[in-house]
Ligand binder design. Sequence first.
Ligand code: 13P
Length: 126
Amino acid sequence: MANPKCVALIAHDLKKDDMAAFAKANEAVLAGWKVVATGTTGGRVQEACPSLDVIRLKSGPLGGDQQIGAMIATGDVHMLIFFIDPLSAMPHDVDVKALTRLATVYDIPMALNRATAEQLIDFNHP
Ligand SMILES: O=C(CO)COP(=O)(O)O
């Protein structure tokens, strides 16, 4: 496919095992997408799914969330799967909020937990 749609994958630290397992279980579907991710999440997904070509941006706290937000604003990210940790304080909480806000502003499908992500990935084949 010349211009596959792009999905962004992000997970907070306590959710990274979950994200790696989710990506592995859905590797065949994700192969139909262009996959971008924040730095550390991208490393875990790449490790779990060697067949994917994961584009890794900066780590979340260093601007990765903002990079993905900018890609949503320019129409370069079409779906967001973000396993957030609702029980830990984050130094970059404002970035997380800005990212989920932009996903809402631009009305792209967004999953903030695994249960929703499983539904979304089935429903939204590129
Ligand atoms: O902090 C994050 C999202 O807010 C994720 O960033 P990393 O994937 O680099 O850990």
